[in-house]
Ligand binder design. Sequence first.
Ligand SMILES: Cc1ncc(C[n+]2csc(CCOP(=O)(O)OP(=O)(O)O)c2C)c(N)n1
Ligand SMILES: [Mg+2]
Length: 363
Amino acid sequence: MTAHAPRGADAPPELVQLLTPEGERVEHPDYDIELTAEEVRSLYRDLVLVRRIDLEAVALQRQGELGLWASLLGQEAAQVGSGRALTGADMAFPTYREHGVAWCRDVDPVNLLALFRGVNNGGWNPAEHNFHLYTIVIGSQTLHAVGYAMGIQRDGGDSAAIVYFGDGATSQGDVNESFIWASVFNAPVVFFCQNNQWAISEPLEKQSKIPLYKRASGFGFPGIRVDGNDVFACLAVTRAALRNAREGQGPTLIEAFTYRMGAHTTSDDPTRYRLANELEAWKLKDPIERVKAYLFKNELADQEFFEKVDAEADALGKDVRDRCLALPDPPPGAIFDHVYAGAHALLDEEREQYLTYLAGFER
Ligand SMILES: Cc1ncc(C[n+]2csc(CCOP(=O)(O)OP(=O)(O)O)c2C)c(N)n1
Ligand SMILES: [Mg+2]
């Protein structure tokens, strides 16, 4: 047995699955879900469009148009499934990779590119989309989400918060602290961990000796592992966890078992630390192919439908590219805006100094 043996594609299938990699629908006693043909086609469309946005962003970075990009390749089902489980009133707290959730929250993808182009800090209004700004500091958004959920509780609201984080983040103090707070205050929050098997170059076995979802029991709330490449299962499990949270049953940890098919970010070269056969094994579990196979086999979509989605993806890709390239550079002083909600004397002074410094270069 190699050090990597229990991970990834060879890991025991101790998870909720409703759609096999071959596109076969399977029953589950606790998490079955009824989806109309229209709903399945709509999920398929989401998956394809989100993958296209990601592909364009990687290409734009390679062409020097973005400083960096964190690809979601392989994680589309986890993000679209959980994202589509949210109601408009629920609040989502992402990391830096949740482009698929952003899509489900109607955030313009060009805003995501703008952030990675360095021309704004995200640009969308979190309150308008119920989608918080991206958080790069690993795990800190779990505390924000629990605080938000406790606020919902104190306001007597009936929505829930969901927070996204990675397998590596589970080793952070913030995440463990947020588990404790959520548990003892019974906060209406869903912890959605995308276990994509890697934290940059650190494999999962460097984070945990037990499956991540089992961590929840030590904190006193339920944990469940779902096939993160199965959009049906991710939707069903997240829907149930959100419902439980809204009904006052407290938090749930969902471990979406998936795989980061690309590099950690465009600055990373995964061939330095992982073997090609691991990726090949996961390609067979592709989240999009299985929905396509299901639609085909059950005659829920015809060739025309697939061609239409592809054409829509082409048009979206072009639109995203064009609008990204047209993004204006911000005025240099804008970096001082929005640091605090109101004016701040020290920042005003620093802005002044910086603008004076820059003016010194003008003839
Ligand atoms: C507090 C903190 N420590 C370290 C980093 C550097 N860092 C950026 S991403 C990352 C790995 C995160 O892995 P994981 O939680 O599995 O998420 P993934 O990137 O796989 O989605 C690290 C260590 C950081 N951004 N914040
Ligand atoms: Mg990870």
